[in-house]
Write a new protein. Structure first.
Length: 322
């Protein structure tokens, strides 16, 4: 028996430490732009940060309590209850956080549970089992059973948490009218795909699991397409003269050669929207983030309205005329 599961535990620990560091740097230090949403019920920055931290702690307490309770004897029941808790948490956080921040906090809750399983259960139990074997004693079978259960849960949570880590690149998911439902569908898809992997590793029949995973993936894509919060353009004839004031009011505070937004010493991603020549080539990207997903302006700090987004969409749909 190995004296220590060296790489296994440090992979988990450093993944969580780096992830939490980024969460704090982006969403807590930059809370005004990334964490709070002015369009949602007022929640001060200190309260928002405390809410985010409390969610991580509460997630672990609820999950660990389920596993240690009599309900923990049934892995499927634990899975259903834990999933229901995460969906409820996603819906609640979406009511007080910016949608992208709500997504990332659900991912952080899952990641915290996964590393908690390693730190509090899997590694300590492994050490006890090894110590008993070295001493010539019979290890308590409950230790191995508990560690196996937590490892199984971590296995099924891997793909959902990986998607959430990458969700920043897919604004059509958290830009939906009900982003928590999109997250639930994609999370179930990830669990189903992981089940296919597990069956394949056991050389078992994967056809049923593959059909389920495909159906969930199709449902996820279909729902995102139907309900991604698109501000439907009215196809009015809109010119640059009408769009320029909108960009000046909502965009050029960040996307100009010398941003007036103190959070950005330089225009984000080097994108400039201060003139027609700069903005017109970027029209498809503008539509994606400001009209379809509605994640820009950042945190909607300038309170861009639905009619303004529709007018911007009309201009882009017409080919961004001058």
């Amino acid at each position: 028996m190995p004296a220590d599961l060296h790489w296994f535990k440090y992979e988990a620990y450093f993944t969580w430490l780096s992830g939490f560091s980024l969460l704090a740097l982006v969403y807590y230090v930059g809370a005004a732009g990334f964490l709070v949403d002015p369009a949602k019920p007022a929640l001060g920055i200190p309260a928002a940060i405390l809410t985010g931290l409390a969610a991580l702690v509460l997630g672990w307490l609820v999950y660990d309590g389920l596993c240690r309770s009599p309900l923990g004897r049934d892995n499927r029941l634990v899975g259903v209850l834990w999933f229901a808790f995460l969906v409820a948490a996603a819906a609640l956080l979406d009511r007080v956080f910016a949608a992208r921040a709500a997504y990332l906090h659900i991912g952080a809750m899952i990641g915290t549970v996964m590393v908690g399983n390693v730190f509090f259960v899997i590694i300590p139990n492994q050490r006890k089992v090894v110590a008993d074997l070295v001493a010539g004693q019979v290890p308590d079978p409950a230790l191995g059973k508990a560690a196996k259960q937590r490892s199984l849960h971590n296995n099924y949570m891997t793909l959902p948490v990986l998607f959430i880590m990458l969700s920043h690149h897919y604004p059509m998911t958290y830009g939906a009218q009900r982003p928590w439902l999109v997250l639930a569908l994609l999370g179930l898809t990830g669990v189903a795909v992981r089940h296919v992997f597990n069956l394949r590793h056991r050389h078992a029949d994967t056809r049923g699991a593959m059909a389920l995973a495909a159906a969930l993936a199709l449902a996820s894509v279909s729902y995102v397409s139907l309900e991604k919060g698109v501000a439907a353009p009215g196809r009015e004839k809109v010119t640059w003269a009408e769009v320029q004031p909108l960009l000046a009011r909502h965009c050029t505070g960040c996307h100009s050669p010398h941003p007036t937004n103190p959070a950005f010493p330089a225009p984000p991603l080097g994108l400039l929207l201060d003139s027609y020549d700069h903005a017109a080539p970027l029209a498809p990207r503008i539509r994606k983030v400001a009209v379809d997903a509605q994640i820009m302006p950042l945190g909607n700090l300038t309170r861009m309205t639905a009619p303004e987004r529709a007018k911007l969409g009309d201009w882009i749909a017409a080919g961004a005329p001058k």
